[in-house]
Design a protein around this ligand. Structure first.
Ligand code: NAX
Ligand code: ADP
Ligand code: K
Length: 506
């Protein structure tokens, strides 16, 4: 595993840090090293001579900031310090004293502060233990309103290190330099407006210390390009045939939502799945054939309202003929009987969109535990709340862990920071995406893509959860690539499907 994959809580980081110090690394030496690394990165961002304000807190986050202040001062930047605290930790206090002997200007009142080009936020790191209040809260709000770039050390001050919640108020950073290991809070959706562009400053924490604290197999992992690409493209033997490369059945679409079926089909197409079958209401059959000529389109009997009345498969085929089934996009809730039928299948099953809404309506979540094969639920926040009304979703990571455990399913919670949990509580977080994807139909593309990938992994030594994570990564990378080429406004769901292949070619 690479350092980029690990995710830690404040408690775990403290334990890892304690091991390093106990082993003999002097605290001051580590702070010096970290400060130096931060400084190197800053010099790449801030041109020489610029004016840099440094916000210094009472703990070691403030200590880091003071090392940075001293180094930038010697490198020719115009530096000032804002340090409003009466009591500093010992090491922080020593660094502060030295900056004062260097005559670096220091202020305690925001009304006295000079102007600046950049701000370094070293108020609080993972030691924040309660809400920011009073004059410090006022200062944080003052700096946020200045609209000058802010670089946060470790985590934007005011964010809860684990949940990403705002404790009182928080710095809205332009960049966050996370120290050593990714803090869980930075990967939580609610932290997003505060984090800016986040990067990891690796200060060489020994792997043995990380594993000693978080275990051999970490509970929470960040999805990276390396992990995703390790399962992509799915390797194909030279001698094979279409049915050996997976057979996916999509059950989707209605007269009301015909496009959902097409988009799901196009997502599946990009996965390279060997054989694609799509069950749609009979009246949609020709439309689907014209859009996806390679797929076997199964026209099903319809309800009066144009939804699938029952999944009628061709002769000699039943639900167990497929290596994966994905059901839901564009389905409508007109025929709820379809879901209990489908969940009986013995292959991996993805339930999305209206399949989830039906599941919530008929209360069949507990029955999923009896399924012989994996179930993947892919709700967005609204669907999640309907499915699991009793789960508090303030901490999305905890929420999906509970949901996965309760349902026995793999739960992929969609959003700006899509997160996945399996029933054992192992979590994968997709750390990069684009709001360009917040658009009707882009979830349908994900369902098709995921279905196609899942269908192909039988007899391969790939865990289902890893391929679910890969699908989330691939989908959002396609969105990012499409947004780069076409702006954030140019990523309609059909266009998104066109950018899936280029992600892999890149
Ligand atoms: N993880 C590591 O191994 C390293 C951590 N370092 C830095 O150390 C930081 C953690 O240092 P600390 O544990 O000293 O914690 P912090 O610097 O985050 O802050 C803790 C201090 O703030 C006070 N405090 C907490 N909440 C407050 C509030 N709402 N209002 C006012 N005061 C409040 C506490 O009483 C304590 O004095 C990291 O974030 C990082 O910047 C680096 O120095 C080097 C290596
Ligand atoms: N703000 C955002 N940033 C990044 N990705 C987003 C954002 N909002 C939505 N997405 C992604 O877009 C997709 C939307 O899916 P969904 O809500 O099911 O839409 P639909 O049902 O219209 O297809 C999901 O993959 C989700 O993760
Ligand atoms: K900070």
């Amino acid at each position: 595993m690479t350092k980029e994959q690990f995710v830690v809580t404040a408690t775990q980081m403290r334990q890892i840090e304690a091991r390093i110090f106990t082993a003999g690394m002097p605290v001051a030496a580590l702070m010096e090293k970290v400060g130096g690394l931060i400084c190197q990165r800053l010099q790449a961002i801030i041109s020489p001579g610029k004016c840099v304000g440094i916000l210094v807190g009472p703990g070691h986050n403030g200590g880091d900031a003071l090392v940075v202040a001293r180094e930038l001062h010697f490198r020719g930047y115009q530096v000032w310090i804002y340090q409003p605290f009466s009591k500093l930790k010992e090491l922080t206090s020593q660094h502060f004293q030295y900056t004062q002997s260097l005559k670096i200007p220091c202020y305690q009142e925001i009304s006295q502060l000079p102007s600046y080009d950049f701000l370094i936020d070293g108020l609080f790191g993972f030691g924040l233990e309660r809400e920011i209040t009073d004059s410090i809260a006022a200062a944080v709000n003052y700096f946020n309103n200045k609209n000058q770039p802010i670089i946060s050390i470790d985590i934007p001050s005011g964010l809860h290190t684990d949940t990403g919640e705002v404790l009182g108020t928080a710095i809205q950073a332009t960049y966050t330099f996370c120290l050593g290991l990714w803090k869980q809070g930075l990967l939580q959706e609610q932290a997003l407006p505060y984090v800016g562009k986040a990067e990891l400053i690796d200060f060489d924490i020994p792997l043995a210390d990380i594993h000693a604290v978080i275990g051999d197999i970490p509970k929470i992992k960040r999805i990276t390009q390396t992990t995703a690409l390790s399962t992509l493209p799915l390797p194909r033997p030279l001698i094979t045939h279409k049915y050996k490369q997976g057979h996916l059945l999509l059950i989707c679409g209605s007269q009301r939502y015909a496009g959902g079926a097409i988009l799901t089909g196009l997502g599946a197409r990009a996965s390279g799945v060997g054989m694609l079958s799509i069950a749609v209401p009979e009246s949609l059959k020709m439309l689907l054939v014209s859009q996806l000529p390679e797929a076997l389109i199964i026209g099903c009997p319809e309800t009066e309202t144009g939804a699938i009345a029952s999944v009628q498969l061709p002769e000699n085929i039943d639900l167990n003929s497929f290596t994966a089934i994905a059901c839901g996009p564009g389905l409508t809730k007109d025929n709820i009987s379809i879901i209990p039928e489908i969940t009986k299948c013995e292959c991996p099953l993805i339930l999305d969109a209206d399949a989830l809404n039906i599941l919530a309506q008929i209360g069949t979540i507990p029955t999923l535990k009896q399924r012989k094969s994996a179930t993947v639920l892919t709700p967005h926040t609204g669907e999640f709340k309907r499915l699991f009304p009793n789960i508090d979703h303030t901490d999305r990571i905890k929420a999906i862990q509970t949901a996965a455990q309760e349902s026995g399913a793999i739960v992929l919670l969609k959003g700006a920071r899509t997160a996945i949990s399996n029933p054992q509580g192992n979590v994968w977080i997709n750390p990069e995406s684009t709001p360009a994807l917040a658009r009707g139909g882009s979830g349908d593309v994900l369902t098709g893509l995921l279905g196609g990938l899942l269908a192909q992994i039988m007899n391969k030594e790939i865990f289902i959860e890893d391929i679910v994570a890969t699908a989330a990564w691939w989908h959002s990378q396609a969105g990012i690539l499409a947004a780069q080429a076409r702006t954030e406004l140019g990523v309609d769901a059909f266009t998104l499907t066109q950018y899936l292949m280029p992600v892999l070619k890149k």
